[in-house]
Ligand binder design. Sequence first.
Ligand code: GDP
Ligand code: IMO
Ligand code: MG
Length: 429
Amino acid sequence: MANVAVIGAQWGDEGKGKVVDWLASRADVVVRYQGGHNAGHTLVVGTETYKLALLPSGLVRGKLGVIGNGVVIDPEALLAEIARVRAQGLIVTPETLRIADNAVLILPMHGALDRAREEARGDRKIGTTGRGIGPAYEDKVARRAIRVCDLAEPETLDTKLDELLRHHNTLLASLGSPIFDKQTVLARLLELAPLVLQYAEPVWERLDTLRKEGKRILFEGAQAVMLDVDHGTYPYVTSSNTVAATAASGAGVGPHAVGFVLGIAKAYTTRVGSGPFPSELHDDIGKLLGERGQEFGTNTGRPRRCGWFDACMVRQAVKVGGIQGLVLTKLDILDGLPELRICTGYRINGTVVHHLPAAPGAQAAAEPNYEIMEGWSGSSRGARSWADLPAQAIKYVRRIEELVEAPVTLVSTSPERDDTIMVRDPFED
Ligand code: GDP
Ligand code: IMO
Ligand code: MG
């Protein structure tokens, strides 16, 4: 199978960036198809660390990067990120980066509304990244969004902004937030237009041509199945679909083009933001995982909540996300723990269930049922083959594979690109 899609199987930050970077050596093009600069993907290559939010991770290997129509693009964030990675020595030009002309733009009022609403939610905060992702997707569905291609028709922007600001300024004023002046927004958009338009094209056509030429496409997911707007822990989710099926609609290819679906999961669980987390640890082990795993948001710096591996949840992500192979990351962080727990189901008001129910009340009430396993005393850090792993670590990986009902394809044992065990080549599956 020629193409591969990489998606998160938990609540994000599983190490998708590392895995995409590793796989990119085998691909010709890397495509982002949903989310926006709420994503934070870290790639460690020798002494250099790249933190990407919007740019496809394949750019680090010099592979063509495509931002599909399903992504919401903040032009200011995009240009700032391009400047940042160029300063690190990466080459980003209209030859190496293409952006869908039908992708939706995130404008300053989206971020302002996102943050004002969060403020107004008080204790019921979703814990969004405050980057305007939700409001931008809302505008897309409401058919009032400004898209990349609109920048090429400046004469239409004035009327489009009228409609957009009528909506947003009303909401912002009702929340006691400053409102936006149309002329200021318009003037800035016109300044940004040529800078963004140099990358714009109907990317579906390019992807079609590349496919005909037999080129390999790697689809890079952002966020994760449990943050999917349909399948996740709603309303504590992001505003896009994160399951593998989205790779097709968010890039402009057919479902058959998505190829082999890799789900990425940490060997434990983390979550940023609010919402249910049945296997969360509030004790010293949780603290240890956070410290050892350096569990802080890649771009936001927010601490991540930590807990045991939840096989029940990942199994659900495997089913709804279309995951065919599992990548287990950060196994090294469990080194030396005498005992490990794996959540295999939940007790909800006295009943045992083997899926996370949809209703928020039931999700919040879910108590984990644990299976206990012996830990390992040796080190798995930096392992590049099964032979490098402690026997008990292999048992842990094999047990997870059994419980989540997906074969382990890769295991990651450090942030470094090559500290990866390949069990099967996903491009050959
Ligand atoms: P993403 O959003 O899924 O791309 O993940 P992030 O980059 O936000 O967070 C994953 C973090 O874990 C990053 O700091 C990576 O460098 C790091 N990481 C990835 N894989 C491993 C691993 O196997 N072991 C360790 N110790 N760190 C890893
Ligand atoms: P990557 O691609 C982890 C979370 C936010 C919040 C919820 C909604 O790096 O895995 P949003 O700003 O999207 O409206 O916030 O989703 N969230 C992420 N958590 N990793 C991410 O991306 C995330 N992107 C959004 O913390 O709980
Ligand atoms: Mg991240």
